[in-house]
Design a protein around this ligand. Structure first.
Ligand code: ZN
Length: 417
């Protein structure tokens, strides 16, 4: 039996991906180590030597764990392919559930998804209870970890299983343009989840407390009013229950749009700094970044479904991954697992777009609050408290960073004003 070119193409993309990604991480580790001896001049009077050393150690530890995980994942992935796992799982299910039924297709995807979730448990345990704990970030107890795990599992099943049923039903009912219907269903579904997330889902994981009346709340409301930003509530959440990392975000749409501040953020920052951060977040909305991102991902996902529509019964896809005879559920799983090796090369483009948006949001924040110093201090605090890498390799940050580095952002603020 000759091997189809598609297998070789995938293999080439796979090898390139591993070489490039792991090579880039090694490059970044070397670059970070090289700068370990001396604090970059810009930060010299802004960060304590201890904290700088800690940020370097944290960066390197995190990178090393990433390398280990990626080296363990390679043999697991290829063992699954060469052992014919994607076919044998289907055969095993066939003794339980009749072929061609929606239940069988859904069960196949659910089992693969469950295996993926189980395989990630050790990584997640290690990263929380060893790595993050070592640097004082982890605040999670074993109980919270277990509760999170089961809640996430339950929600994935509750939302994912009906969606899979719907997709396989559309495949069976709508003929050659099934992928267009499936795309519509998935996009509508994601829209729905994004809309209800802050009100229905997020409270399952965190306690939401309306921000107390006071100076901070009054100034946030004044800022929102000033730029005509509609919102339905300002909340703080107990982010400190899991991690010392700090954050703030907007979630939901229309009437359900909320500002959410992590308690870790309100503890670390002054009101002035929090206001600058929120003005930045509002900037993403006012400058239409959210809408733009939605439009890009709309077309990106549409293209993805068009490809899926073509390969769903394409024999070489199944033979490349030793998956037996073509079936829609196998195609969906193979596509989900392996398409990323081809599309991975677009991530620098996504990140470049995102970084441009970050600069625009920073600029918006400084223009509306008229407080260059507030934004500068907020950025410095965020990077210090989170032990961000202050000296990433430029190629690494170009490919991986969705945000410009703190130094780049502070320089941009000071250049423009
Ligand atoms: Zn931003």
């Amino acid at each position: 039996m000759t091997t189809h070119w598609f297998f070789w193409l995938f293999l080439a993309f796979f090898i390139l991906h591993e070489l490039w990604e792991n090579g880039l991480v090694l490059l970044n580790i070397a670059h970070t180590k090289k700068h370990a001896g001396e604090i970059p001049s810009f930060y010299r009077d802004k960060i304590e030597p201890d904290r700088y050393a800690k940020s370097i150690a944290y960066t390197i530890d995190k990178a090393r764990i990433g390398l280990v995980v990626s080296f363990i994942a390679i043999p697991i992935l290829w063992a699954a392919i060469f052992s014919g796992f994607f076919d044998s799982l289907d055969l095993r299910l066939s003794s339980l559930i009749p072929a061609g039924s929606l239940t069988r297709s859904t069960a196949y995807c659910a089992v693969v998804g469950l295996i993926g979730i189980i395989l990630k448990i050790p990584v997640s345990l290690y990263s929380n209870f060893v790595l993050e704990a070592k640097y004082g970030f982890n605040k999670m107890t074993a109980k919270t970890f277990a509760a999170d795990f089961f809640k996430e599992l339950f929600l994935s099943a509750l939302l994912g299983i009906p969606l899979l049923y719907l997709i396989f039903w559309l495949y069976a009912q709508t003929g050659p343009v099934w992928w267009l219907w499936a795309f519509g269903a998935l996009f509508g579904f994601q829209f729905f989840v994004a809309a209800v997330y802050p009100v229905w889902l997020a409270p399952l994981f965190n306690k939401f407390t309306p921000l107390a009346e006071g100076e901070l709340k009054a100034s946030i409301l004044a800022l929102a009013k000033n730029i005509r930003f509609k919102l339905s509530g300002i909340f703080t959440i107990d982010g400190s229950k899991r991690s010392g990392h700090s954050n703030a975000y907007f979630a939901g749409m229309g009437r359900m749009r909320r500002i959410v501040l992590f308690d870790t953020l309100t503890e670390q920052m002054t009101n002035r700094e929090i206001l600058s951060v929120l003005a930045h977040e509002m900037g993403h909305n006012i400058k239409k970044h959210v809408v733009k991102y939605l439009i890009y991902s709309f077309f990106y996902a549409l293209a993805g479904f068009a490809v899926l529509g073509r390969v769903i019964d394409w024999e070489p896809l199944f033979s490349a991954f030793r998956a037996g005879p073509p079936a829609p559920h196998k195609a969906l799983v193979l596509f989900g697992l392996f398409a990323g090796y081809f599309t991975f090369w677009l991530t620098p483009l996504w990140n470049a777009i995102s970084r441009r948006h970050e600069y625009e949001a920073d600029r918006f924040s400084v223009e509306t609050t008229k407080d260059k110093e507030g934004m500068t201090q907020a950025l410095l605090k965020l990077s210090k408290e989170n032990l961000s890498n202050l000296t990433p390799h430029p190629l690494y940050s170009f490919c991986h960073y969705s945000h410009p580095t703190t130094l780049e952002r502070i320089q941009a603020i000071n250049r423009d004003y």
